[in-house]
Write a protein that binds this ligand. Structure first.
Ligand SMILES: [Zn+2]
Length: 347
């Protein structure tokens, strides 16, 4: 090989170079169900709180059902590995509230389950937030500490000219702060409020995170972009044992294409289109839920593929974030898919 062909090879490798999550196909049998919690046993904030009774029942259920419970970073490694498929769950906790340290962590220790804690470093040590000593103690107990930006800002509301620069600077600042205080560099990221656009996604990949979590709901699997993974929210209104059990038993919906691929809605009646294999569980009787409206689903066959078009029956007003959720049953298994829409113009 002469110098010229070596340099062409190098250019090809550089242009097609991709990180592991984009290169290696995930075994279609492998799925990870991921949950997001915020506060524990702190009923001053019901919309983000789980009661300790409910939380313990969740842990007991995962234990009884034989789930392997991993940190999010370890779950990404599991998806890329040659290990056989097994029931896998991830527990994530956002924002680093002190109630996790006081009430949630002792229960995790009791069940010997790890978890991933996403902290926004600006508030570490502030009133009702964990401090660095408590975070160190959590790390020592097997908790992964991940990056959740420094300020937890609504980045989509910043002018585009500053947004990406701010976002990138904050991610790097938080990486440094966590590494300095806990001597471990975060490997994964959580978008504040689950809000992102395509350039933010690109920045998260370029910084080198193994994976990232958003706040659409669903199960992580073969067709998930591992830098915007879905999580099921667990707070008072969703955290009853029946709801937890049904989410833990959900399966991933494999998509060929999702349009648009962005979460950003350009109007108040956004249309979503999903391309599926004919054997997809969504190519049957589907339940459709739209927050803030009724759902219309139509189906087309194009070149042997199935295209589902989903839209609300009327405009969705006054909601900054809303989900389109589809569920279906096939061969006794339930499947869950959702798409998060964000309208940054709405405060
Ligand atoms: Zn948060």
């Amino acid at each position: 090989m002469n110098f010229h062909s070596i340099s062409i090879l190098f250019i090809l490798l550089a242009s097609f170079g991709c990180n592991r999550s984009e290169c290696k196909e995930i075994d279609p049998e492998k799925e990870v169900v991921c949950f997001v919690y915020h506060r524990f046993g702190d009923n001053r904030y019901p919309s983000t709180n789980v009661s300790l009774e409910d939380f313990e029942v969740h842990l007991k259920h995962l234990q009884t059902e034989g789930f392997q419970v991993l940190t999010f970073a370890d779950a990404i490694d599991y998806l890329h590995s040659d290990e056989p498929a097994q029931k896998t769950a991830v527990l994530t906790i956002d924002d680093g509230y002190e109630s996790f340290y006081k009430n949630g962590l002792p229960l995790l220790k009791k069940y010997q389950f790890p978890a991933t804690l996403y902290i926004n470093t600006e508030t570490v040590g502030g009133t009702s937030y964990m401090n660095w000593e408590q975070l160190q103690e959590a790390t020592d107990a097997g908790i992964e500490v991940g990056n959740h930006t420094h300020s937890h800002a609504y980045f989509l509301n910043q002018p585009a000219a500053e947004r990406y620069d701010n976002f990138e600077k904050e991610l790097k600042r938080t990486q440094k702060l966590i590494e300095k205080n806990l001597e471990e560099k975060p490997e994964t990221f959580a978008y504040p409020f689950g809000e992102l656009d395509q350039r933010m996604l690109k920045i998260v990949k370029e910084i080198g995170f193994k994976g990232a979590v958003a706040q659409n709901s669903g199960v992580i699997g073969a067709s998930t972009d591992l830098h915007m993974c879905p999580r099921f929210p667990m707070s008072q209104s969703y955290s009853s044992i029946d709801k937890f059990k049904s989410k833990a038993a959900m399966h991933h919906v494999k998509l060929i294409k999702e349009e648009p691929s962005t979460f950003l809605a350009t109007d108040d009646q956004p249309k979503l289109s999903l391309t599926l294999e004919p054997e997809s569980p969504l190519n049957g009787s589907v339940n459709c839920f739209i927050q803030g409206g009724d759902c219309a689903v139509s189906k087309n066959q194009v070149n042997g593929k199935v295209i589902l078009s989903i839209s609300p029956e009327g405009p969705i007003t006054g909601r900054r974030r809303f989900l389109y959720t589809l569920t279906a049953q096939k061969n006794g298994r339930w499947y869950w898919y959702s798409h998060l829409w964000i309208r940054p113009g709405i405060e």
